[in-house]
Design a protein around this ligand. Structure first.
Ligand code: CP
Ligand code: NVA
Length: 305
């Protein structure tokens, strides 16, 4: 695996290995002799972003620097890409100048085309289809708390048909843990997509109480993803409210359940202020883990080069 295009494209071994490298990166962050020190020396990585970002952008910029390389942040609006230059041409130009690319955009096919035409390691930093880098940080966070994801019940709540929920489904398919995607029927994936998950460990539910019973991880995300603002309507939000992560829901989960949110959070919508603040330590550790996980991704891709 030379590129990280999506969790769908990873094997269980890829995911386990990336998380392990990320764990070492976390442990050794301050160690001057860490194995990842200098592995990006003399390298420049391009970060092409067509959507806003705080965590992904900063974690990659800092991660590249801490591994000895430089990152160039390129807003697609300021590139000729934004004026219609084809992705194939952009990829062939950058492939001759930089050593890796980190892309946040709308169409999954744009990241895949870039990877094909550039020939350099290409990382999906979020598309409408998937957010693989976030999942890797989340897996690292779950293992940090529980020691394993095996045998855990993870419940994804809210908009069950977005990039985060889809990446979770692929992660469960590959790694075998139990995943319940819980949301109003209108926010669950269609039958054709569900057919990808046939092993029995991924299920879909609009019964919130059954979904969260004895859950080890309650996971939520914004109800309206970037670029999908047309979905934002009062009727949909009213239905989603039953899946809000709040104290009453938490009381039904396992007593040591973890609350995770990829952030940014909208308090009073997908999560209450009270739960977010009570669980701030684990949620912001999850955000910090983006940095360690990104290092795991880049080191792994280089090792497979
Ligand atoms: N969770 C996440 O990807 O955050 P950003 O949009 O801030 O990068
Ligand atoms: N589903 C969200 C994730 C943000 C990190 C979005 O795409 O906006």
């Amino acid at each position: 695996m030379k590129h990280l295009l999506g969790i769908q494209h990873c094997t269980a071994q890829d995911l386990e290995r990336i998380v392990e490298i990320g764990e070492v990166a976390k442990r050794d962050r301050k160690n001057k002799n860490a194995t990842n020190r200098g592995i990006l020396a003399n390298q420049t990585w391009a970060m092409i972003f067509s959507k806003a970002s705080t965590r992904t952008r900063v974690s990659f910029e800092v991660g590249v620097r801490e591994m000895g390389g430089s990152a160039i942040y390129l807003s697609s609006k300021d590139m000729q890409l934004g004026r219609g230059e084809p992705i194939e041409d952009t990829a062939r130009v950058l492939g001759r100048m930089v050593h890796g690319a980190i892309i946040r955009t709308f169409d999954q096919s744009d990241v895949e085309t870039f990877a094909e035409y550039s020939g350099i390691p290409t990382i999906n930093a979020l598309t409408d289809e998937e957010h693989p880098c976030q999942i890797i940080a989340d897996l690292l966070s779950i293992r940090e708390k529980f020691g394993t994801w095996e045998g855990k019940k993870i419940v994804f709540l809210g908009d069950g048909d977005n990039n985060m929920s889809r990446s979770w489904m692929w992660a469960a398919e590959r790694l075998g843990f139990e995943l319940v995607v819980a949301g109003p029927e209108m926010c669950l994936p269609d039958a054709a997509f569900r057919e990808n998950f046939t092993k029995g460990n991924v299920s879909f539910s609009s019964d919130v109480d059954a979904a969260v019973a004895d859950a080890d991880v309650l996971y939520t995300d914004v109800w309206v993803s970037m670029g999908q603002e047309e979905l934002d309507d009062a009727g949909r939000e009213e239905q989603l409210m039953a899946f809000q992560v709040n104290d009453a829901m938490l009381a039904k989960a396992a007593s040591n359940a973890m609350v995770l949110h990829c952030l940014p959070a909208y308090r009073g919508k997908e999560i209450t202020e009270a739960v977010l603040e009570a669980r701030a330590d684990e949620i912001f550790t999850q955000a910090e883990n983006r940095l360690h996980a990104q290092k795991g991704v880049m080191q792994y891709l280089l090792s497979r080069g």
